[in-house]
Design a binder for this molecule. Structure first.
Ligand code: TYM
Length: 329
């Protein structure tokens, strides 16, 4: 049976990129496999969040997981720091991760560029901790967005290296997963790049209908096509990428034809896009407040999820210790 695992960092509210890249897929898969979904609070520490905010962010992500339809009856939902075995496995795997390969990771290089004042060892070790998250339950499928592809490649490399080094077939090949399709990259509304939590270009699951309409109407566009079949500029291609995620194929075809015939009115495209985003977001948003107010329920969900995750994690860690020669007297 497939073991599915995924996680989201607890750095704030979830946006449409998190939803289409990952969360929606975990929700769809939860009834067909053994599933582990967690909140990556250790990973969020690399950016030094205010300790007063950290717990609130964990609660936001947990609430949004449940509001989006994750079912704690079938899936194991837990907080990363409630499973200390992950930290130990990360330490053990780090002995076989080379500094050169960690320094070459795209996400590390990007962090150096963006935050030269905070290049901590946690950032360098980020892919090792992520491999530990995945391998602690020996997951075979990992529903993630396109930006996590390289981290998954590294997870497989560390797993293979471990198997070869100790002459075992212990860790599986953990594959990124999107139902046989290309991994998703949801762009931002600012004309370039991907939608992110802190880029100021996001549409969030907590956004009201009015906020969604305003943000979409303000999205960057261009002066419009002047000849039939003009290739799309990046801001327009980005709007179509979001349209493909939220709208019906007929709607996408309609606006594509209008664009190709130079008859498109970007205002009409944006109005339709905003309404179709609202159809995705509103039903999730409407559940958030009630779930968030129910501390007892949230406590039970992660209490039970943490227990199940620790059971599975302890089994793997006992095997790994044994394989590496760490034995009790
Ligand atoms: P994070 O918290 O940045 O994002 C969580 C998930 O959302 C996806 N995502 C996107 N997908 C498409 N378009 C976007 N614009 C977009 N933005 C974010 C990400 O691909 C991810 O799937 N390192 C991970 C968290 C993590 C993890 C793991 C994931 C830690 N351990 C183990 C899977 C398995 C991260 O930073 O995701």
């Amino acid at each position: 049976m497939d073991i599915v695992l995924s996680g989201i960092r607890s750095t704030g509210q979830l946006h449409l990129g998190n939803y289409f890249g990952s969360l929606r897929n975990f929700v769809k898969m939860q009834h067909d496999a053994r599933c582990f979904f967690f909140i990556a609070d250790y990973h969020s520490l690399t950016t030094h969040p205010d300790p007063k905010m950290l717990h609130g962010n964990v609660k936001n992500v947990l609430t949004e997981y449940l509001a989006a339809g994750l079912d704690p009856e079938v899936a194991t939902i837990y907080v990363q720091s409630d499973v200390p075995q992950i930290a130990e496995l990360s330490l053990l795997l780090s002995m076989h991760a080379y500094v050169g390969e960690l320094e070459r990771t795209a996400s590390f290089k990007e962090k150096i560029r963006k935050h030269p004042d905070n290049i901590n060892a946690g950032l360098l070790n980020y892919p090792v901790l992520m491999a530990a998250d995945i391998l602690i339950h020996r997951a075979t499928r990992v529903p993630v967005g396109k930006d996590q592809e390289q981290h998954l490649e590294m997870t497989r490399r560390f797993a293979r290296r471990f198997n070869q080094m100790y002459g075992v077939e212990y860790f599986p090949e953990s594959m990124p997963y999107n139902f046989g399709q290309e991994l998703v990259k949801i762009p931002g509304l600012d004309g370039s790049g991907k939608m992110g939590k802190s880029e100021g270009n996001g549409l969030f699951l907590v956004d009201s209908d009015e906020v969604i309409r305003k943000k979409v109407m303000r999205a960057v566009t261009d002066a419009g096509p002047t000849e039939p079949n003009t290739p799309m500029s990046e801001p327009i291609a980005n709007l179509f990428t979001i349209l493909k995620a939220v709208s019906s194929p007929d709607t996408v075809q309609y606006f594509t034809d209008k664009y190709n015939a130079c008859e498109i009115r970007y205002g009409d495209l944006k109005k339709q896009l905003a309404e179709d985003i609202i159809k995705v977001v509103a039903p999730i948003r409407e559940k958030i407040d009630a779930i968030k107010a129910d501390d007892k329920y949230l406590h039970e969900v992660v209490g039970d999820g943490g227990r199940r995750a620790r059971e599975s994690a302890s089994r793997t860690l006992a095997d790994v210790r044994e394989i590496m020669g760490i034995k009790p007297f």
